[in-house]
Design a protein. Structure first.
Length: 519
């Protein structure tokens, strides 16, 4: 038998096996469905948040109050305080929820809310459960908590079985729920780029993310709630209690609860518990005034996008007109930035129309995904030639970065833009092919000069020479990076700064491969 025939037969066999695996998974998922459930109705004065926030939202009918959460500890405090104030419901959806200090502290707050009688629904993408599966599966046996996993594998244990399933279901497994939302009592929604874990709250020992959320009250909260319900009841989110039944769930729940409560006694927890005590006014719209606007909209891909059947690029269809409408200035922040041919053409056209277009992304030294940088690098020269300004975040800024658990580097994780100092977006979507076509995404669109001004102030700080490299072209057309060195003197580099040769080679090789649609 010829080699070509053997290869052809192997391909046919793999295609048949993949089709059977996909069919079998569909049967499995239909049997594992949980009962549908929906957001609990908002009441007047029923809970602490009803009383704290209700009067303010009643005074602003049809509007949403927005507060930027750019500081990592405040982002943690907003989640913890809202969970402590919950009296009716907690609806939480995330791509990743890590089993680390802050992940345990916040899961402990959710468990404590359930103990008070609050209904808790937690929706996690299957990728994000690798570290927290046992704790999540255990707390799901609390009578007031349900945990569902989005697009899970059937194999919950054993790397070999899980790996085989991932290979056979490669088309659907690569599609993930990248959404992030923390919704409390139908009164508060925290939306943006942060997952749940130490790196998002300045607790990691090595690298912490620069990120951005927006705390929302008012009409936009109901929109976020509808999106949560759509994903929860989509048929793609399966209950952990059915995916992996436990022999003794009572014991598992008790052990998990003990471990979660113990997190508060860890030395590293002190600054987080202190911030909860210090920022009690964070959720009080009278004490800390939000920016009120009637234009805020929570937008998201439909959950069916994860099936590859509908909703392809849906969220990008919402965002593209906002980018195209810029007339003076467009500032984009995207940690994983691969504009593609169409995105590059759009930015080039805007510059040709007189718009000052700037992009902040990660440097090769700062990114946590070097492969993505390989996809981005291809577009630097044409963008710069057209007049787009590029900045790349430095891994170590002058003056040093300090997490609460030791000296730390920085990596960009914010997904946001502002146009003409008025229109903006904060969400989970990167400007790359994966976010556009494979992952489901969500975020908040708004018109608010005050909020846009806050975002631009952060932009100016992050693109300063002490924090980012300015990427430019030399007269000979070669790339050059410049930044502030010790003492403030300008330092220039002729290749990706502060990177090893193997890391540069990895990014270069990935850039040569036909993998851009997966990045």
């Amino acid at each position: 038998m010829s080699t070509l025939r053997i290869i052809a037969l192997a391909c046919v066999g793999l295609a048949v096996a993949s089709t059977l695996a996909t069919w079998a998974y569909g049967v499995f998922a239909s049997r594992m469905q949980g009962e549908p459930s929906y957001a609990l109705p908002v009441a007047q004065g029923q809970t602490l948040l009803d009383r704290t926030i209700g009067a303010a939202t009643d005074a602003h009918p049809g509007e949403s109050g927005l507060r930027l959460l750019a500081e990592n500890l405040d982002a943690f405090a907003a989640r913890g305080l809202s969970a402590r104030g919950a009296g009716r419901s907690l609806d939480l959806m995330y791509y990743i929820w890590r089993d680390d200090l802050t992940g345990r502290l916040l899961l402990a707050e959710a468990l404590a809310a359930a103990e008070r009688g609050v209904r808790v629904r937690i929706l996690i993408d299957d990728i994000g459960t690798s570290q927290t599966w046992h704790a999540m599966a255990a707390v799901a046996h609390h009578p007031r908590i349900e945990v569902r996993i989005f697009n899970p594998t059937r194999a919950r244990a054993g790397g070999l079985r899980r790996g085989i399933e991932i290979m056979l279901r490669a088309f659907s497994v690569t599609r993930r729920m990248h959404n992030k939302a923390w919704i409390v009592d139908g009164r508060v929604a925290i939306l943006g780029g942060r997952n749940i874990g130490d790196a998002y709250f300045d607790a990691a020992e090595h690298t912490n993310f620069r990120d951005m959320d927006v705390l929302t009250i008012g009409t936009a909260v109901a929109q976020a709630q509808q999106i949560f319900d759509a994903y929860w009841n989509s048929g793609l989110a399966l209950p952990t209690t059915r995916l992996s039944p436990m022999k003794d769930p009572t014991v598992a729940l008790a052990q998990a609860a003990q471990g979660l409560r113990a997190a508060a006694s860890e030395p590293g927890a002190r600054p987080y518990l202190a911030r909860l005590a210090e920022r009690l006014a964070l959720l009080n719209p009278e004490a800390e005034q939000p920016h009120w606007t009637a234009t805020a909209r929570v937008v998201a891909d439909p959950p069916q996008k994860a099936l590859g059947q509908s909703g392809e690029n849906w969220l990008m269809h919402e965002l593209r007109p906002l980018l195209e409408a810029a007339r003076r200035r467009l500032d984009i922040t995207s940690p994983y930035f691969i504009p593609g041919e169409q995105g590059t053409a759009l930015l080039v056209e805007l510059v040709a129309q007189g718009v000052a277009v700037s992009v902040l992304t990660n440097s090769l030294a700062a990114t946590d995904v070097a492969a993505v940088h390989g996809g981005y690098a291809h577009y630097r020269v044409p963008l710069l030639q057209a007049g787009v300004k590029l900045w790349e975040l430095r891994p170590e800024q002058q003056g040093g970065n300090f997490s609460l658990r030791g000296t730390s580097g920085a990596s960009l994780h914010t997904k946001a833009f502002t146009a003409d100092a008025r229109v903006g977006f904060i969400g989970s979507m990167n400007l790359d092919p994966r976010s556009a076509s494979l992952n489901t995404e969500m975020g908040l669109i708004f018109e608010s000069e005050a909020l846009a001004a806050q975002m631009q102030a952060i932009w100016q700080r992050e693109t300063a020479p002490s924090r980012s490299y300015a990427v430019e072209l030399t007269p000979a057309g070669r790339l050059q990076w410049s930044a502030a060195g010790l003492g403030g003197a300008t330092v220039r580099y002729d290749s990706d700064p502060e990177t090893s040769l193997p890391r540069r080679l990895t990014a270069w090789l990935v850039g040569l491969l036909p993998l851009q649609s997966q990045l």
